[in-house]
Design a protein around this ligand. Structure first.
Ligand code: ZN
Ligand code: ZN
Length: 273
């Protein structure tokens, strides 16, 4: 911990020295950065990132509008999960996908700022539910063409940090994406589901037989991708599959917490599913 503090301070000093040559401003508020520990974000903005506080669906973690939803039935599930139970046993979707976290994830993923991997993973670890009990961590895979374009799989970088924290191995090559799905942003839910069907395969099912699996991704939007991964894993003999994402898109009209609504200045995107 002390070593990490010293490291962060050193990085801060280096950044401050570099600022004379390459000015660096906080992506969220535009303030010049000095000894702030997270790259591209000032300490004040980073500290506004808060975990979900609302009661949520015991299966998919969808926050409920009413705080009374789980008052008498703590394991209450949302209507969607009751009607069509997902193939994963449980999902944890830790933070609302709102600025400045949304900016951080987008710069990490789409602007190649892979130095964000560690602070984002630290955030994920800070909010990790204590009941997680798994054997293997599997990042949601990218199709090889997408991986070539992006050069790294953001979920693998998060899974790798998580693996050190949980002392569990990462399996990064067994679950593969065999179908290059279209960019999902403009598709309807039906089209998205059709697109994803049979998009994943398991290379060595025997290695995952009966194993409790934690799927890791950066953002939970509809849950369709995670569900398809879970379905593929379950079909090939894996044990229970759990899902963990750093963030979850939120419909701010349905989130009663004023704080979240105030943060959502731009329309929410569905990028990243
Ligand atoms: Zn800032
Ligand atoms: Zn649910």
């Amino acid at each position: 911990m002390v070593r990490e503090d010293t490291q962060n301070r050193l990085i801060g000093w280096c950044r401050q020295a570099l600022r004379f040559v390459l000015p660096v401003e906080c992506i969220a508020c535009g303030q010049a950065l000095s000894t702030d520990p997270v790259p591209f974000f000032c300490r004040a903005c980073w500290q506004t990132i808060r975990q979900f506080q609302e009661p949520a669906c015991a299966r998919c973690d969808q926050p409920f509008v009413s705080p009374a939803a789980t008052a008498f039935t703590p394991n209450h599930q949302c209507q969607h999960c009751q009607e069509r139970p997902p193939d994963f046993q449980q999902a944890w979707t830790l933070f609302p996908y709102l600025p400045p976290l949304r900016d951080a994830i987008c710069s990490f993923k789409y602007r190649g700022k892979h130095t964000m991997a560690k602070p984002l993973a630290r955030l994920m670890i800070s909010a990790l539910p204590s009941e997680i009990d798994i054997d293997v961590i599997i990042p949601v895979p990218l199709h090889p063409t997408r991986l070539r374009a992006r050069e790294f799989n953001q979920s693998l970088l998060l899974a790798d940090q998580l693996s050190r924290h949980l002392s569990r191995p990462v399996s990064a090559t067994n679950l593969v994406r065999t179908v290059a799905t279209d960019p999902q942003t403009t598709l309807s839910r039906q089209e998205r589901l059709r697109n994803l069907r049979k998009a994943f395969e398991i290379r060595k099912p025997q290695d995952l037989a009966e194993k409790r699996i934690l799927l890791v991704d950066d953002v939970y939007t509809t849950g369709a991708t995670l569900n398809e991964c879970a379905k593929t894993l379950r079909k090939s003999g894996a044990g229970p599959v759990f899902a963990l994402t750093l963030a979850r898109t939120v419909d701010t009209a349905l989130v009663p917490d004023r704080f979240f609504a105030e943060q959502a200045q731009q329309p929410l995107t569905t990028i990243g599913i």
